[in-house]
Write a protein that binds this ligand. Structure first.
Ligand code: THU
Length: 160
């Protein structure tokens, strides 16, 4: 039997975070309020911190044709990479906001968003810290890779 172990910090008091991290969380919260989620009413916000100290934020965007919608994380990540392809991503924070649902624990990003985040981490060869949070707690992962064991990666596409 083989096993994976995933380590993360559970932070109950935001005083344990740096000012920059608190700012990053605030930005994710702010942008979640502007999500276009009329169908699910499940608002998600994601904020990215780049190596030059700038932030890029995104939220989920839905559509009457449901599959057209896209998660907050990929909106933020694709906007980041479209505008700053050469800057490394240092941290990403993700949160939810909803009148309709009890957000009892921090959101866990979907598999597609984990895959996208991980590819950028591998490309830049430096870890991206991930903060998943709600009002009660922050889960801090040291690298995106920890969120996706046994992932599919670009090196699989190398020809013989
Ligand atoms: N959603 C995100 O934006 N991020 C996630 O990690 C999970 C789900 C969005 C997609 C959809 O607009 C709504 O939340 C409900 O699934």
């Amino acid at each position: 039997m083989r096993e994976f172990k995933i380590y993360f910090d559970e932070i109950l008091d935001r005083k344990g975070l740096t000012n920059t991290e608190i700012e990053l969380l605030n930005k994710a919260e702010e942008i979640s309020k502007k999500a276009y989620a009329p169908y699910s009413k499940f608002n998600v916000g994601a904020s990215v911190l780049l190596e030059d100290g700038s932030y890029v934020c995104g939220n989920n965007q839905e559509n009457a044709s449901f599959p057209c919608g896209i998660c907050a994380e990929r909106v933020a990540l694709f906007a980041t990479k479209a505008n700053n392809p050469h800057l490394k991503i240092k941290k990403i924070a993700i949160t939810t906001e909803s009148d309709r649902f009890n957000i009892e624990s921090p959101i866990a990003p979907c598999g597609m968003c984990r895959q996208v985040l991980l590819e950028y981490e591998e490309q830049q060869k430096e870890p991206i810290e991930v903060f998943l949070f709600n009002d009660a707690k922050v889960l801090k992962f040291k690298q995106a890779k920890d969120l996706l064991p046994l992932h599919f990666s670009e090196d699989r596409l190398k020809r013989k």
